[in-house]
Design a protein around this ligand. Structure first.
Ligand code: ADP
Ligand code: MG
Length: 696
């Protein structure tokens, strides 16, 4: 008997897991048996249906019976250097499609794969000048009477791979761990299992990885997802108590100084901005600390809303901290905030790691004495040396970039400040409403008027030239551009080489156009000074790594060129594209990709081409990546769901919620025999730790 989440044996004890594999596993967050079982396949390969060669499309999988027709050779003439090509014919009884196996480096197959023999084949097929070919295939001899062997017909898990890992190794490791556990402990109350005829936990885990059928697999997923959602709800509810009753202490009406700011703006607030302002003011007026997420697409006007609400609090003699994830962004916020607020008599300060010695001391003193109203900075704001006189309101920009620890450090600072988290990476509604019981959400859906959606082009090598011309035209109109490279590895070396090459190349392409290279190896001062020159228009384009990803606001930039766009995640692409289209000028995003695209990459690029709606993109991101892999969830301490899908499991989420309510209403302390299972699971291996919920 064991709990799924209590298996702490190291995966290094498994056969075939040497240092390289262990390292790759670690990169995937897998260190223990438990981690491995919770590692979800990204798909399951269906070898249970015959997929004959006739009618097969490029890059599809064939799953059929074949007869070996002939051995031929291609490439070099010499017997050593030539490559074996095996011609096959479909004999499954469904057409007589042909396939050529290209046996690169595997000429030895000519001995074992005999002409005339029948095989079961599972192969990835490509179509090359009308010929069906495959260089990735598995062959298994057919039975004596020429039909499918036992290896046909299974459904195999496909895991995400890293480094030294192979499907074969992971499958073997998972199987081994499953075999090592005699029975997995039931985690759901027996009544719930019975009422919904759920399959037991013990079967569910095994079926999840190696399903005997897709129908069974669905049932297994239901058990696992419900288990996950039920405990999530239960813990969240138990912790916070059901929604507390609030008492209004202060006015929720806009104050004089807020109105003064709103009137000074050269534009009117959008309807959504007005709505969310009202929601936030109402929270700020009550006795319970605000815990609100403000979501809205890049450029939708969140930051402005944040400043206005800061003013709301200032009229109560309180201090406000405004935190951004990077030095660059913090400085930008400090500057634009000062422009907006200082004319109203607000005392602003800027504090990051780069503010040094003497200046720093003075600044810290002023904050402690309450001589500063709003402090803008990075997480340096919440280091030990900083004490506020009366910190009442904390605003965090691009909150998904912050780690749990930073947020906890922050919580220790003041009594309990009001908290506004801002993000341009929207959290799908199902998640925010049901999962984070105590986190309220405000949403800005409409953009300020006059914004034109960024036109997105997918660019392959053939159309690269035309892209350069198009960007050149924008330069001639006095507009600016970004050329972005992905972070290619952790060392940053090859990344640097790429941007450096690119920089030289572009200098030749645009001989008289001033530009700069910006990357992570530069220190913050240098980065800032380059950005300043870019902002002033002195530089026409920046060649950079993804440092420009968040928040930078340069309205005159109209072109975003993203190289290796297929290597970026959807949310990063969306963020990057959000750097342009920040004015009334028409803007363009060019997504440059190579010829070897994975299915996922293809889907991502298509989504980017189709839509500029951050909410749509976030939902798609969830769908493409599957359950449990939402943007930044791991790093941010957001909950990571393994089995439940936040977009598709609304009924299960509701069920889990109702069940958690029922249990807690009936037996808040979980003392009855009926709930012994829950009590034990919570004690031994709860699916969610308390921290992961409290962090939000
Ligand atoms: P976000 O923080 O959501 O990315 P910002 O608050 O930085 O967006 O706003 C982006 C730009 O749009 C800023 O230049 C801001 O002054 C401007 N802006 C904000 N609200 C409006 C509005 N209602 N109408 C026109 N422009 C606006
Ligand atoms: Mg912003």
């Amino acid at each position: 008997m064991a709990y799924l989440r209590a298996l702490q044996t190291s995966i290094k004890t498994l056969g075939g897991v040497g240092p390289a594999a262990a390292k790759a596993y670690a990169q995937l967050g897998i260190n223990t048996y438990s981690d491995l079982l919770l590692f979800s396949p990204r798909a399951w390969e269906d070898r249970s249906k015959v997929r004959p060669l006739g009618g097969i499309q490029d890059s599809e999988m064939a799953n059929t019976l074949v007869e070996v027709l002939a051995h031929t050779y291609f490439g070099q003439r010499s017997a050593k250097k030539r490559t074996l090509k095996i011609l096959l014919r479909d004999v499954s009884g469904q057409g007589d499609g042909r396939l050529s196996l290209l046996c690169f480096g595997r000429n030895f197959l000519e001995k074992s794969i005999r002409v005339g023999a029948i095989y079961y084949i599972y192969a990835q097929v490509s179509i090359n000048r009308g010929e069906l070919q495959s260089s990735q295939f598995e062959l298994h001899p057919a039975t004596e009477d020429g039909s499918f062997p036992a290896s046909f017909g299974s459904i195999l898990p496909i895991y995400p791979l890293r480094g030294a890992l192979t499907q074969r190794l992971i499958r073997a490791n998972v199987q081994k761990v499953l075999d090592s556990v005699e029975r997995f402990e039931e985690e759901l109350p027996p009544t719930l299992v019975a009422e919904h005829s759920l399959i037991p936990m013990d079967e569910a885990i095994r079926i999840w990885h190696f399903p005997p059928s897709f129908a069974k697999h669905q049932k297994a997923r239901k058990t696992l997802a419900l288990d996950e959602l039920f405990y999530l709800q239960l813990i969240a509810r138990r912790r916070k108590g059901l929604q507390e009753r609030t008492v209004q202490l202060r006015t929720a009406n806009p104050t004089k100084i807020e109105l003064a700011l709103i009137e000074s703006l050269p534009f009117a607030l959008t309807g959504d901005q007005i709505t969310v302002l009202h929601e936030i003011r109402k929270d700020l007026a009550t006795d319970i600390p605000m815990n609100r997420l403000l979501q809205g697409d890049v450029g939708s006007g969140k930051t402005l809303v944040a400043w206005i609400t800061a003013l709301h609090v200032l009229s109560q003699n309180a201090q406000v901290a405004f935190m951004a994830p990077t030095e660059l962004l913090a400085r930008q916020h400090a500057e634009s905030g000062a422009k907006l607020l200082e004319p109203l008599g607000v005392r602003m300060a800027f504090l990051t790691g780069s503010v040094k010695s003497k200046e720093r001391k003075l600044l810290l003193q002023a904050i402690a004495d309450g001589e500063v109203d709003i402090v803008v900075g990075t997480h340096a704001l919440f280091s030990k040396e900083v004490t506020f006189k009366n910190l009442r309101y904390v605003i965090i920009d691009e909150q998904h970039r912050f780690g749990v620890e930073q947020r906890l450090a922050l919580m220790e600072k003041a009594e309990v400040p009001d908290l506004l988290l801002m993000t341009a990476t929207p959290i799908p509604r199902t998640l925010s409403l049901t999962v984070f019981g105590n986190l309220n959400v405000s949403t800005i859906r409409t953009m300020p008027p006059g914004r034109k959606p960024v036109k997105t082009h997918l660019v392959n090598e053939q159309s690269r030239k035309r892209m350069y011309q198009a960007v050149g035209v924008e330069f001639s109109r006095g507009h600016q551009a970004y050329f972005v490279y992905p972070r290619i590895d952790d060392s940053g070396e090859s990344e640097l080489r790429d941007v450096t090459n690119m920089f030289e190349f572009l200098k030749a392409e645009y001989p008289d156009i001033p530009s700069e290279l910006i990357h992570s190896k530069l220190d913050d001062e240098e980065k800032m000074s380059i950005l300043k020159r870019y902002q002033s228009g002195e530089l026409s384009y920046l060649v950079s790594t993804s440092v420009v990803e968040v928040g930078i606001d340069i309205p005159n930039a109209t072109c975003m060129v993203i190289e290796h766009a297929d290597r970026f995640g959807l949310s990063a692409l969306h963020q990057l594209r959000g750097r342009v289209g920040r004015s009334n000028l028409p803007s363009y995003c060019f997504l440059v990709f190579g010829d070897k695209l994975t299915d996922e990459a293809k889907q991502r690029l298509t989504v980017m081409k189709e839509s500029t709606d951050g909410f749509y993109i976030a939902e798609k991101d969830l769908l493409i990546r599957g359950p449990g892999e939402m943007t930044g969830t791991k790093q941010s301490g957001f909950l990571r769901l393994h089995y439940a899908s936040l977009t598709e499991d609304l009924p299960l989420i509701e069920l889990a919620r109702a069940e958690a309510d029922r249990v807690l209403t009936k037996d808040p302390a979980l003392l009855s025999a009926e709930y012994a299972v829950i009590r034990r699971t919570l004690a031994e291996a709860p699916p969610f730790a308390l921290e992961s919920i409290e962090a939000n």
